[in-house]
Design a protein around this ligand. Structure first.
Ligand code: FES
Ligand SMILES: [Fe+2]
Length: 399
């Protein structure tokens, strides 16, 4: 195909964790003469259903995939169904208080067990076809005439379990028989970006509450959304409000990109809000040197985490097809802010606009992916060369 490996040795970390923080000119200076432009993936990577099928099989069904905010399933019996790769996965709160995940398929004759996206059952999960009934731990507990079939093993014929881990207050599932190390793949992404785990743990994201959730239905391939998040070459053009608050995002001189770097707020910005007005109190454990700074982390394949002193923004992507991605974005605040009903709208509005601006750009790009002009792909300028590492990673998974 068309992508070549960019020369990345000048970059101090895995650039796939960059978020909007980009260095750019550091890499430009290091490029070979004549290598200002390096190729992207070919257009078919963003449109071909066969490519998407391989991504489902080898990426979404193999890696840890963030599915639901744990607190959304507060009570025993609360469930949510989510699409992970080609599978429907059911996540449910058990009577013992723990979260479990199962394939959303009845073991009798294969009917989908839960057809709603979310809900709450009293005690059990009952298939609407022949009424096989499963406990919240997945075991088969009842079925018509089951008493006359004493040889039926209720665990072996129970729901098929899916691996589940919780972190940052979210449930992450993995469909692989042998999941990759959660520590290395998920926590490791934060460590690579921030330098250590403590830096993200200080935001205590698991204790925060959802102040606002917005779901975006984006008519674009999931990789366009990741690539957009990884570079800031577009920030000056399409993010006027963001570059007011984070001026280093506006220009080429904002090349201070290294492990642990957070973009500094403008001196006149009182908070990370749409008009630079005051936000909320700094989260209690956030360190002095993290104050008035923005950090972005990409956790492949589908999660972005944005850290600012008074809140955390988490994006979860759900790739639905080659040209459609649902993004659920949570704005998380301290319990006090949410419980007191404080107005979070100016705080939410800043990144909501960023999201709309970014997703509009992705939607503008998607139709052109099938143009003859993009058959061999486009190009990355030096400020975007680190996206080449993402392309290499993708190709190593699916080609
Ligand atoms: S398919 Fe579910 S009970 Fe028959
Ligand atoms: Fe952006």
């Amino acid at each position: 195909m068309t992508t070549t490996a960019p020369d990345l040795h000048e970059l101090p970390e895995d650039p796939s964790t960059a978020g909007h923080v980009v260095s750019a000119d550091v890499a430009a200076d290091a490029s070979e003469p004549g290598s200002s432009l390096i190729p992207t993936l070919a257009g078919a990577y963003y449109t071909d259903p066969a490519v998407f099928a391989r991504e489902q099989e080898r990426i979404f069904e193999q890696m840890w995939f963030c599915v639901v905010r744990s607190a959304d399933l507060a009570r025993p019996g609360a469930f949510r169904t989510v699409q992970v790769g080609r599978e429907s996965v059911l996540v449910v709160r058990g009577r013992d208080g723990g979260l479990r995940a199962f394939l959303n398929v009845c073991r009798h004759r294969g009917a989908q067990l839960c057809t709603e996206e979310s809900g709450e059952v009293r005690r059990n999960l009952q298939c609407p076809y022949h009424a096989w009934t499963y406990g919240l731990d997945g075991a088969l507990v009842a079925a018509p005439n089951l008493a006359r079939m004493p040889d039926v093993d209720r665990v072996a014929n129970g729901l098929v379990p899916v691996h589940l881990q919780e972190w940052l207050g979210y449930a992450w599932v993995c469909l692989a028989d042998e999941p990759p190390s959660f520590e290395e793949e998920v926590l490791g992404a934060a460590v690579q970006r921030l330098g250590d785990l403590a830096s993200i743990e200080r935001y205590r994201t698991e204790d925060l509450e959802v102040g606002r959730r917005i779901r975006y239905d984006v008519k674009a391939n999931w990789k366009l959304i990741i690539e957009n998040f990884m570079e800031c070459y577009h920030c000056a053009t399409i993010h006027p409000e963001l570059t007011e608050v984070l001026p280093e995002f506006a220009g080429g001189y904002a090349a201070q990109y290294y492990v642990g770097h957070g973009a500094e707020f403008a001196p006149e910005a009182q908070g990370f809000t749409v008009d630079g007005s005051e936000g909320f109190d700094r989260l209690p454990d956030v360190a002095e040197d993290q104050d008035r700074r923005y950090y972005a982390i990409t956790i492949k394949p589908t999660v972005f985490v944005n850290l600012v002193p008074d809140h955390v923004i988490v994006h979860r992507m759900f790739p639905m097809s080659a040209d459609r991605t649902v993004v659920e974005c949570d704005w998380l605040y301290s319990e006090d802010v949410v419980a007191s009903g404080r107005d979070v709208s100016r705080s939410v509005e800043l990144f909501h606009r960023v999201n709309e601006q970014d997703f509009e750009a992705c939607e503008r790009t998607q139709p052109a992916m099938s143009s003859r002009a993009y058959r061999d792909g486009g190009v990355l300028v030096p400020a975007e060369h680190h996206i080449g590492a993402f392309h290499d990673w993708l190709q190593s998974k699916i080609d």
